[in-house]
Write a protein that binds this ligand. Structure first.
Ligand code: PLP
Length: 264
């Protein structure tokens, strides 16, 4: 019975404010009844008002965290979040190539809602060429999809085209999140599956400032479901429903962009 319980891994940066990053991943996986493990790659000094400082961790301790996990646990799905810089992306890629941690969800975190850069511009091309080919799913928001697919996205047809480009770059499945189209009454997300089929997930736009950590939360929920053996399509649909509920019933802590409510 050793190692039978579903275990997932979050490879991400810490948000001291508790709303996003590694902390959002842990809270989400816990709520989905999956045992969460972590490889911490960066630390941010952050609250609901923004990111005050950030520091990537040295390669050695990142490598050692991966070694510790693969020596003992049976991880069935993993995700990446904030990866900070080129060296960190390369370290993570090398470790993912070496060990089997199950399906990989790449949340290509780039810029926080407050404007802080969580990935250097230079590292974007490393994510594109080295991490995307390992991804079972990539979950960009619109600015991230634009940066990775190297195109402008103005409408739903562009979202579809960006999804196809990301698949051509090696990601097996793609979820392009449309929440950044601020002028629309609906939030439309485009999903392109490995077999070439696609669908839209449409939900009413919720007017709220409490959206800190939405990207982390949906990708962590999908990862948790994959760790339980749920299919990619169902995991994505469950992720969407989960994040919608946590946004709708947000809680207010701090003075800025509040966190999601994982008890919703
Ligand atoms: N901080 C860290 C460490 C993150 O990983 C993320 C995730 O995207 C954020 C902040 C950004 O959160 P948001 O853009 O939702 O405010």
């Amino acid at each position: 019975m050793i190692n039978e319980f579903p275990q997932a891994l979050s490879i991400a940066g810490s948000d001291s404010g508790g709303g996003a990053g590694m902390q959002a991943d842990l809270k989400t996986m816990q709520m989905r009844h999956v045992f969460a493990t972590t490889v911490l790659v960066a630390i941010t000094a952050q609250n609901t008002l923004g990111v005050q400082d950030a520091m990537p961790l040295p390669k050695k301790i990142i490598d050692e965290q991966f070694s510790s996990l693969s020596a003992d646990l049976k991880i069935r799905a993993c995700k990446t979040g904030m990866l900070a810089d080129t060296e960190t992306v390369e370290t993570v890629v090398a470790n993912l190539r070496q060990s089997d941690f199950g399906p990989l969800v790449v949340d290509p975190v780039m810029i926080a809602k407050g404007g802080a850069h969580l990935l250097t511009d230079e590292a974007i091309s490393t994510v594109r060429t080295k991490l995307l080919p390992l991804a079972d799913l990539v979950t960009p928001n619109l600015p991230e999809a634009e940066a990775l697919a190297e195109m402008t996205i103005k409408n739903n047809a562009d979202m579809k085209k960006a999804g196809q480009r990301l698949q051509a770059l090696g990601a097996k499945n793609v979820l392009v999140k449309g929440g950044h189209f601020n002028d629309q009454k609906q939030a439309s997300d485009f999903v392109l599956l490995a077999d070439g089929s696609s669908f839209w997930m449409i939900s009413p736009r919720i007017d709220t400032k409490r959206t800190h950590g939405t990207g982390d939360t949906i990708s962590a929920c999908i990862t948790a479901e994959l760790a339980k053996g749920v299919s990619m399509e169902n995991a994505i649909r469950i992720g969407k429903a989960y994040v919608e509920a946590t946004i709708r019933d947000g809680i207010q802590v701090g003075h800025g962009h509040g966190p999601l409510n994982h008890w919703a």
